[in-house]
Ligand binder design. Sequence first.
Ligand code: AP5
Ligand code: ZN
Length: 242
Amino acid sequence: KRLIFIGPPGSGKGTQSPIVKDEFCLCHLSTGDMLRAAVASKTPLGLKAKEAMDKVCSFLFLTCLLIVSIAFVDWIIVFCDFFIGALVTDELVVGIIDEAMNKPKCQKGFILDGFPRTVAQAEKLDEMLKKRGTGIDKVLNFAIDDSVLEERITGRWIHPSSGRSYHTKFAPPKTPGVDDITGEPLIQRKDDNAEVLRSRLAAFHTQTEPVIDYYAKKAVLTNIHAEKAPQEVTSEVQKALS
Ligand code: AP5
Ligand code: ZN
């Protein structure tokens, strides 16, 4: 199966992906996870993203240090973190997906989580799959009201090396702050706060919603009621894929 999971921040794409991945022996490709890992491990992609980010940020830092007080620096750091993705070009993101699809674990199919998030990326993905003689089988749209998302995002804790995620209220770990499997500490993503969520949601509505229409026109789209409880969402996803 060749699948795309699309939806706003906190809609449950990353929660449902590992379940579907195991059930159908697929690989789970999350561009958000890949970009965070690339920056953290300083791979060529990460360095490029960071380099682009540093250029903008050093300019902003210098300008802001000159004209406003030091109190604004925290905001600039949040701003820079948020724009890691924005500075990574569509070509670069499609390139990392293309490379990842060559891995043996992706040969039975894949779940694309958080990609494509612009119509330009969707068109480039189509070209890339056409060259491989394949296409997308199904796109699941995790439809949910914005008002539910702040509680989900601000309560999320992740295990950085595996990408496993928990929620203080909806999916708590056995021991608070500790990964169930490795016993390692959990962290919160830097972009998981109410202010940055507002910008991420705005980007979703302007840039990613047109991607939903793009796939609706291709008649591969299924809507999922993503506001339901996690197990109910899993059942709906399984039904859509059966
Ligand atoms: P990315 O990591 O993809 O973030 P996102 O799209 O904002 O999505 P999230 O990971 O926040 O949400 P999710 O749907 O996976 O939620 P989850 O299942 O964890 O991207 C990060 C950034 O990288 C982007 O902002 C962008 O800048 C950049 N980027 C990424 N891809 C890019 C691309 N292609 N091009 C350019 N830039 C790119 O659930 C959230 C929480 O809710 C968890 O705690 C979970 O336990 C809980 N939960 C899940 N389901 C339920 C439920 N049914 N009921 C109650 N709680 C639930
Ligand atoms: Zn995610």
